[in-house]
Design a protein around this ligand. Structure first.
Ligand code: HEM
Length: 171
């Protein structure tokens, strides 16, 4: 495989590490109220939950595009549904993660909080890798690169949600 095929992975790793270093070493201020409308906790939990539901739509539409839904034909709008659910999930995750990184930082109080912080950083790194992989000319790099990047994006977001919003709902 050509060295240039690894550039998206290198860029994504750089983003994930940079977010982690920033989250770990800056001094978090007092809690920031999201939009001043809702308590940050409630707003974050629900924004994250909608983002994860959209990510499930991403997974299902990707499986349909790759013909992995048990012989079901993907309707013509599947690719558009995949693109728009992904864009919306990303946009909804941003205020949540900005609050996390800026107001809370990367913490390791216990294993749940550490796993959550690492999944959050991995999510944005893997997202950068996926976007750069999408932008490569067809045939440049292995065919599994895009599904692999998408799988890491999905896993990282689900992990961040399970260790924050799901924990909040079930506590
Ligand atoms: C970018 C890297 C991220 C870091 C460093 C980070 C860090 C943290 C930390 C330290 C907490 C407090 C945990 C606790 O004490 O229980 C937290 C809470 C939370 N995070 Fe993140 N997080 C990140 C990304 C994300 C992402 C991508 C999501 C989902 C879209 C998310 C959703 C939440 C939610 C819903 C909470 C609970 C509300 C709260 O405690 O304020 N985080 N995060």
């Amino acid at each position: 495989m050509r060295a240039v095929a690894w550039l998206p992975v290198a860029a994504g790793t750089g983003v994930a590490v940079a977010l982690g270093v920033y989250g770990r070493f800056h001094e978090p201020p007092a809690t920031v109220d999201l939009a001043g409308l809702l308590p940050p906790l409630t707003a974050k939990v629900w924004l994250a939950t909608v983002a994860v539901l959209l990510a499930v739509l991403q997974l299902l539409s990707a499986l349909a595009i790759y013909g992995r839904l048990g012989g079901l034909d993907a309707p013509p709008w599947t690719a558009a549904a995949h693109r728009w659910s992904g864009r919306l999930a990303f946009v909804l995750s941003l205020p949540v993660a900005v609050h996390c990184l800026y107001a809370l930082g990367l913490r390791a109080d216990d294993s749940r909080v550490l796993v959550h912080s690492l999944c959050g950083c991995l999510f944005y790194g893997a997202f950068v890798t996926k976007m750069l992989t999408l932008g490569r000319p067809a045939g440049d790099g292995p065919g599994w690169a895009l599904p692999a990047a998408g799988g890491v994006v999905f896993t990282a977001l689900t992990g961040a949600w399970l260790t924050s919003a799901w924990w909040f709902f079930t506590r």
